[in-house]
Each structure stands twice: as C-alpha cells, then as structure tokens.
Design a protein around this ligand. Structure first.
Ligand code: KE4
Length: 429
C-alpha cells in the first residue's frame, strides 16, 4: 500500500525527536498505528498531511472550546503581532487578563500567569509548602497534574496510557513527599493524614477527573475533603487546567459549589497558545515572589501574544455565557446518540460526561476511580479508535482521555459521529 505523507513525516520526525512527537500521548502508542500529521484546523475540522478531513474531538487536548482558529482570537493575535510579541516587562494586558480571571472565578483573589499547566500545578504546590511550612502533599491515583517529578507517581493521562504511572527518573527523594490516595475515597485520605499528622501542606485534585477518562467526583467526597483541609490547615488545590472555563464559566468549582484555596488553570485560558495560571487566596498568593519569599518566575509568563489570545477567549466567555447552554445541548445530543447505539447493539459500555467532556469506557462495570477505570479493555478501545478514524472522526488516541465537544461542532458533525460510532462498535467484538 502507498506510504502516506503522515507515515513519511513520522519516519523523518523520529530522526530528531524522541518518539517523533513532542508529547507522548500524540504518538498513537496505545492504539497502534502511526500518528497523523496535521496541516490545518478550522472550526470543528482538522486536515492531515494527506488532505484527509476529520471531525476533531481532541481540540488540542482541551483548549479549543470554540473550535480551531476562531476569528475573534485570530484577530486579537494579528493585532498584537503588529506591536510585538514579548517584552519581558509588565503590560496592561496582563492586568486585564488577571482582572478577568479574578472576576470569573470568585475563589481567585490573586493570580500569577505561567506557560503551561505543569508550571501552574508545580508552582501551586510550592506556594502551599511556602505558606504552611509543611512538605508533603496528597494527590489521587489516576489524576494527572503535568510532568513535574513529584506528580509522576501513579499519574494519569499519557503516563497511565503508556503504562508508566510512576516514571523512571523520579528520585526517591522527590517521591517521598508525594502521598497517593484513591479518588472518591475519603477514608484513604483520612488514613494518609493520620499517618502524616501535621506534615501535609496540600491536597491537589482534579475536581472532575479528565485524565483517567472522565470521572466526576462524588459531591459528598469533595465536601468532606474541603472540611478536612480547613480543619487540618492543608491547602486544597483544585487542578482546573482541563475543567477551568470548560465545564462552566467558573469551572468545576462553580458546578460543584466547593471553594478551593488555590486553583490551577491552562488550556482554554491560552486560547490555543501556551498559557497556565495559578491563583487563589490572597494570604497564600502574596507569599509568591516578589511580594513574598516563595520564588516563581518565567521568561515568557504573561507575554502579550499569549495574553492577547487568552484574554480574547475569556472575554468571549464573559460576554457570551450562553455558550455553556450550547455546549450542554450539543454534548447531551452526542451522549444520547451514543447511548442509543449501545442499546441497539446490546452493549453496555460505561459512559460518563461532565458538560462538554465525556468518555466511553470499554468496561460494562461502573467507573468511579482509577482501579475501575483500568479494567477497560484498551485493545477494544484501540480498534474502536481506528474504526472511528477511518470514518473521519478524530478521537483521543488513548482510552484514558476525554472527548471534547466545542461550540463549533455542528448538528451535521454530531450526526455523522453518532453514525460512525454505531458502525465502529459493530466492528469491535
Ligand atoms: P500541560 O503542562 O500539559 O499544559 O498541563 C498539564 C496538566 C495539568 N493538569 C491537568 C488536569 C491536565 O489535564 C494537564 C494536561 N492534560 C493532558 C491531556 N490529558 C495534556 C496532553 C499531553 O500531555 O500532551
């Protein structure tokens, strides 16, 4: 069979880049086959190097709430480029961006811009340690908070997909301060606190998990987690890199009605450019240099080009809050279509959804934590993925990720996806 352009490019890429990709989950490792090289994205569509068009449900792993390359972000970028892209000095745009985040997320009193979700979460942990004077922190098995050493302990997303939830290269010294609890299991948290009394600076959690597939947290679990953190002088960090501005204007904390001490953001707040942020209580954030002693820095943090795209994205959300009703309608329509297919095919794969992020697990048992998620048949997922790809539907090349619906997905897109889903499942035995 003729070698495709993507296949040729993948061979070339592997000469210079580890695994031929700049982020592991893009490599199709867990679904087999070779990654597609993309040449353009517009609205809900991607075009690959061979000219094939796909309906895209990755959306750059979450940033594209409005679809690819929306006009209002493109215009903001082009306008900023005329004046320069980065100065390494404060700009008014950074004030406007911070002010808007503070306005949209009431728990955030002060916020610092960074360049990725990883930088946001690692900085939030450091802020919590500096504020409390304590060293250990609790994360949850299957949650992914980026690739800082001490997070790569029983992590989700690409780490889980590649079967290395605890990565080589992470030293015992680093791992020593990372305690891991079970998602939605408050007893596992209480046990760790009892065994590490007065040593825990923070608990970091994805309030709606999106990196072991999509797993909403139990409300009672989160309420008790909030109470424990308040009682034990532990900083509660909501990692909203994925859920922030995705599941609601004010993120998962607005949907769940729980107030964290710190929040981390990424993805959507960059409008497709590299942006992260961490923020929260003034008494914690004012410990961050130069107002306080906890050092944190970044050459391109808050750079005007990224801020122009991020501010345009958040301003659009502020001015058009109805977007979340549209996203809910489209996401519910897709979910209903998938569920009808499963019923017709007498398959009972477990489905979850939180707003416009969803997941179909190839297991018929309930999924509410890491151990139940990993029962999914990833071989079946791989076959399903390729059957959908053949039909022009571009899903995450890994079971333990999310499907992202954008406001750019049309009813025609959704109907085509539902039909492809039915046909693909028929091929998966
Ligand atoms: P980045 O450093 O990749 O910008 O953000 C890390 C991160 C932190 N917290 C949460 C909840 C996240 O979902 C992420 C990154 N998400 C993955 C997708 N599951 C990024 C995709 C990739 O690694 O290429």
């Amino acid at each position: 069979m003729k070698t495709t352009k993507s296949e040729k490019l993948f061979i070339e890429a592997q000469k210079y880049i580890p695994g031929g990709v700049n982020s592991p989950v893009r490599a199709f490792k867990s679904v087999g086959g070779n990654p597609l090289f993309i040449t353009s994205g517009n609205g809900s569509k991607l075009i690959d190097a061979d000219g094939n068009e796909y309906i895209d449900y990755i959306g750059s792993w979450g940033p594209h709430l409005f679809g690819h390359n929306p006009q209002f972000i493109k215009e903001a970028l082009l306008e900023q480029i005329e004046n320069g892209v980065s100065f390494g000095a404060p700009t008014e745009l950074e004030i406007k961006m911070a002010e808007l985040i503070v306005e949209l997320v009431p728990s955030v009193e002060l916020v610092r811009m960074v360049n990725s979700g990883t930088e946001a979460t690692m900085s939030a942990i450091r802020a919590a340690r500096g504020y409390t004077g304590k060293e250990k922190f609790i994360k949850f098995e299957g949650c992914y908070h980026g690739h800082a050493d001490y997070f790569l302990i029983k992590a989700g997303s690409g780490a889980l997909t590649l079967g290395v939830p605890t990565s080589p290269g992470v030293t015992k010294g680093n791992a020593r301060d990372t305690l891991t609890a079970d998602y939605n299991d408050i007893t596992s948290v209480k046990k760790l606190i009892a065994a590490n009394r007065n040593e825990i600076a923070a608990i970091i959690i994805e309030p709606i998990a999106g990196n072991m597939g999509v797993i909403p947290s139990d409300k009672e679990f989160l309420i008790e987690l909030r109470e424990i953190c308040t009682r034990e002088y532990i900083v509660l960090i909501f990692d909203e890199v994925m859920t922030g501005f995705r599941v609601a204007k004010g993120g998962a904390q607005e949907v769940l009605g729980i107030t964290p001490d710190l929040s981390t953001f990424g993805k959507i707040i960059g409008g497709g450019l590299p942006v992260g942020a961490f923020g929260g209580k003034k008494e914690i954030m004012e410990k961050i240099a130069p107002s306080g002693p906890v050092y944190q820095a970044g050459t391109l943090s808050g750079n005007p080009l990224a801020m122009s795209a991020g501010y345009a994205a958040l301003k659009y959300i502020k001015d058009n809050p109805g977007i979340y009703n549209t996203l809910e309608e489209k996401s519910k329509y897709l979910e209903e279509g998938f569920k009808n297919n499963l019923k017709s095919l007498k398959k009972n794969y477990f489905m979850t959804r939180a707003g416009s992020m969803s997941c179909m697990f190839f297991t018929e048992d309930n999924v509410n934590d890491f151990n139940s998620a990993v029962k999914s048949d990833t071989t079946k997922y791989g076959k399903y993925f390729h059957e959908m790809l053949r039909r022009g539907i571009y899903l995450a090349p890994a079971q333990f990720e999310a499907v992202f619906v954008s406001s750019a997905h049309t009813k025609e897109d959704l109907d085509k996806t539902i039909t492809a889903h039915y046909e693909a499942l028929k091929e998966v035995e």
